[in-house]
Write a protein that binds this ligand. Structure first.
Ligand SMILES: [Fe+2]
Length: 381
């Protein structure tokens, strides 16, 4: 089987090793004549980024780059990006990278057409209908990690640089017009990032599958996403050049993000405040808090997880699945406790208060009360 395909769900996805070489063709198909490639600072000088710019350049599309993007992109990055987009007379965005490059790129394309401040488009009620649609620039997304799934998502997470809180900005037009999933771009990911981003994809699938909302399409996608991670994350971790494993992880990441419109849960509710306060890696934080959250949710998800375990070929129902998660973490050198990531017990009250109002908390199968959140943080740290 060759792992190359064109999909049109949830957007047009060009999947397969080496397909970054089609970048200029897809720009032309979308009518983009002067693209701005947006990525984060760390990725800008890397060969994969320079190669993408070379491809554009060779096709007469220029090699414009905006890389003033923090690892947690802010409104300041956004403003600078929109300014660069307008000043350069660009007509489309190539959102390139992990979560930060993808999220900021998508948001620049969106904000290029708006006059209201970005916070007016936070993912609350029907706020997205405030947007003026005409000026939104077309987006091509090119993921270089396998975890966030932002390449198939309709939102960006932008940090408010004044309040230091992360806000989800939503509009259906954030969904890239074309996504190029080229697993060769993920080959150079360091082991710790492979583990962290891969565990983020796993957490998306697990929480989507476990959430109590009725969404059988997402449940099915989440289940197969879990299987792909189980089979291929250890392989990608062991040998970063294993293209087959990298490809399946890239699929699992996109599937996790498609699935989580069914809901996320307390893994993310705990992880978000930890990340905001201690700047820990998102996926790695998810991996650390996963077992205590599984134990907490057990009364509501025991039989569901039993079914997932059976599908995954894990014996022993919920307990078997739980032990598998512990083993997977060990295999990927995920620390057992948050203290290993520099998290102390002194800010538990503050983090618990943030966790219970996190938008993901509502999708947890067991109600995440303030006391429960505090206890969970104690267990995790
Ligand atoms: Fe996540």
């Amino acid at each position: 089987m060759t792992i190359t395909a064109n999909w049109s769900y949830p957007t047009s996805i060009k999947f397969g090793a080496g397909r970054i070489k089609e970048l200029a063709d897809h720009c032309k198909a979308l009518g983009i004549k002067k693209p701005l490639l947006i990525t984060d600072r760390g990725l800008a000088p890397m060969p994969i980024t320079q190669n993408a710019l070379d491809i554009l350049d060779a096709a007469g599309l220029g090699r414009a780059l905006f890389a003033d993007v923090d690892s947690n992109p802010t409104d300041v990055n956004l403003e600078a990006g929109v300014k660069a987009f307008k000043a350069g007379g660009h007509d489309g965005v190539i959102a390139f990278g992990g979560g930060s490059g993808l999220d900021l790129g998508k948001c620049v394309a969106f904000m290029a057409g708006q006059t209201r401040p970005v916070w007016d488009f936070e993912d609350i009620g029907d706020w997205w209908t405030r947007a003026s649609v005409e000026g939104i620039a077309p987006i091509i997304a090119v993921p270089t990690t396998a975890g966030t799934g932002s390449e198939v998502g309709r939102a960006s997470v932008i940090t408010n640089s004044e309040t230091h809180t992360k806000k989800v900005i939503f509009h259906p037009k954030f969904l890239p017009a074309i996504t190029i999933c080229d697993p060769e771009l993920t080959v150079g990911m360091p082991k710790v990032i492979t583990a962290g981003t891969g565990m983020d994809a796993f957490a998306h699938c697990l929480e989507a599958y476990s959430s109590p909302f009725y969404h059988p399409m997402s449940a099915g996608i989440a289940l197969e996403g879990l299987r792909l991670v189980k089979e291929y994350l250890p392989r990608a971790y062991k040998d970063g050049t294993d293209i087959e494993a990298r490809a399946h992880m890239m699929s699992a990441a996109a599937m996790g993000a498609v699935a989580f419109q069914k809901g996320l849960g307390a893994i993310h509710s705990l992880s978000h405040p930890v990340g905001a306060i201690y700047n820990t890696h998102h996926g790695m934080t998810n991996a650390v808090v996963m077992p205590p959250v599984l134990r907490f949710n057990r009364p509501a998800i025991e039989s569901k997880i039993g079914m997932a375990a059976a599908y995954l070929g894990i014996a022993g129902g919920f307990d078997g699945f739980y032990d598998y998660v512990l083993k997977l973490r060990e295999e990927l050198s995920v620390p057992d406790k948050l203290s290993a990531l520099g998290v102390g017990t002194d800010r538990i009250d503050e983090m618990a208060a943030m966790a219970i109002v996190d938008p993901t908390a509502g999708g947890n199968p067991v109600e995440l009360t303030l006391d429960a959140a505090k206890q969970l943080f104690h267990d995790c740290i």
